[in-house]
Design a protein around this ligand. Sequence first.
Ligand SMILES: *Cc1c(COP(=O)(O)O)cnc(C)c1O
Length: 444
Amino acid sequence: MKNMIYNKKQQKIANRIDGDTNISNWKDWKWQMKHAIKTLEAFEYLTDIKFSENERIDLRKTFDKFPLSITPYYLSLIDKSNYKNDPVFKQAFGSIHELTTLKSEINDPLSEDSDSPVEGITHRYPDRVLFHVSNVCAMYCRHCTRKRKVGDTDHIPLKEQLKTGIQYIADTPQVRDVLLSGGDPFMLSDEMIDWLLSEISQIPHVEVIRIGTRIPVVLPYRITDNLISILKKYQPLWINTHFNHPHEITLSSKEALAKLADAGFPLGNQSVLLADVNDCPKIIKSLCHKLVKNRVRPYYLYQCDLSEGLSHFRTPIGKGIEIMESLIGHTSGFARPTYVIDAPGGGGKIPLMPNYLISWSSHKVVLRNYEGVITTYQEPDNYVSNLCDGNCDKCKLELDIREGEEYESVGIERLLSDDNETICLVPEDNDRLQRRTDNETENV
Ligand SMILES: *Cc1c(COP(=O)(O)O)cnc(C)c1O
């Protein structure tokens, strides 16, 4: 039993890869990477799934454009008897639909490249940056939002390249939160991860580091004791992973999550809403429940991006709202993610949810709950609003601003602020305002 791989399916795949394989090979992440399935032939050989000659032609075309790479572990989760409907198969294997490009699809829908001050950094929000530290992933998700880059230059960046990003963070004092992404940051060697975290954590204004990784899902054996002992040196470190379906939560992934949680890292999960994979309230609810049982808090549920080749994965936004309707109130507040759409063009994440505020008057608001009960909330009639002129020293509310920073309010926040005269926000190229005289336009 000791030398056995977890189950017969995995044993069979391992034997076909290499007759001498034992459990310590299977659980060696480097062995898994070395034997990643990258061709149609290898896939057919290891799974006994056979495609027709026509299907093969289509699939080869697909993989020429968007390459294939699946770890033996993730491959072993596919249910061969029903693979066409299998959520793991659909996320890992791909289909000819990827070659369909719609007019609305954009090469870089989130404008990550244009919001990039230096190579590797996307600086979109005021106080945090996304740092692409690796081009490599253990498995190529077919729904990857950075599909344009998948398999591009599958190399680990050199320290020299990462130093540019680190320098940018060091030179930008408003950055208090650094999100390491990729590719997958855990594809870097232990030594490199140690070096990178040490460099970033030495920057005085960086308060937290986050790692976005799919490793616990596709290559859980990468979470080794040595990796944990390195990561532990750099608290506070938040780790977000990417489970999309309850079938992905296995004995192996549970072990990886337990190691991370036991080491004290807050764990979150970012799912993508995918047609025919998890576009069902019951599936998402079951996923969320399994996540919290493993100490992972559902963080975001993403609307699928407008990247090229993802049209067959996209659902209408209404599906996401329906799913959120089935979660809010029906299950624990910490077991539900925030449903977000990442604004095409680079506006950042926009939260979406059903409407709960139905109507209001000057002194009452009408709300509805998850059961459809309609209720009212009486507004206070003695509330005196603290008019805010931005002068915190004179304010009666206690705010220790020694650590706070002065900043200018943005967007809708500015419209709500008392010390800013802006009364409306108007697109730059608004025709109506361009017809006005310059003088008048200034008053907007
Ligand atoms: C998602 C994202 C972040 C982090 O956003 P949070 O809402 O703080 O999790 C930061 N930068 C970019 C470019 C992002 O896409």
